[in-house]
Design a protein around this ligand. Sequence first.
Ligand SMILES: C[S@@+](CC[C@H](N)C(=O)[O-])C[C@H]1O[C@@H](n2cnc3c(N)ncnc32)[C@H](O)[C@@H]1O
Length: 205
Amino acid sequence: MYKPDKVWNRFAKRYEKSPVSNEAAYREKLKITRTYFTPESEVLEFGCGTGTTAVSHAPFVKHIDAIDVSSKMLDFARGKADAAEVSNITFVCADIEKYAERGIVYDVIMGHSILHLLEDKEAVIATVYDILKPGGVFVSSTVCIGGSNPVMKAALAIGRSLGLLPLVRFFTPEELAKSLTDAGFTIEQEWLPENSDAVFIVARK
Ligand SMILES: C[S@@+](CC[C@H](N)C(=O)[O-])C[C@H]1O[C@@H](n2cnc3c(N)ncnc32)[C@H](O)[C@@H]1O
């Protein structure tokens, strides 16, 4: 059985050291996201990884719950928050679906570089919808590699079966947008930066 926590614990150190792939696009995504924040915003980030995005947004909101299945990723994230003297993030080691059972609701939910890594993204999108307040927004950046070559798919499948690589799902930006609207969201912004596979979407409940 696929265990994302094990795979991501193994990747944590390398992930922390790897640079952001498109710095200008990343900064623009941060800027757009902040237009949806107020000083009273209660925010959830799932799959927060090593915490770069949560720590960067923390000064602009009331509180962020930043969750991840990987305890090792969270170790880096906590260290980053401490170094930045950020005290309004609560880090929780949890799977998004399990975490949602706590019944906490949010103004903004972020899920970056994660929707293509889930067993069942439709179920997670439905969960995100449930735990957003009415009018709340879901902000995501997702690698969409639908239609990619069969050799890459086969290599990823072998790597996953050996427990060496994470599960990767293949879908297009259009398919992702449809998953969101099928769940009840209205797409408010959609942006595919030049030379990038990662589509940035802001979807409102
Ligand atoms: C590619 S990393 C992205 C990290 C960060 N969001 C970023 O943009 O750099 C994916 C992260 O999602 C986490 N993850 C995978 N499945 C998850 C799940 N079901 N619930 C919560 N976190 C999950 C992994 O542990 C990993 O840290």
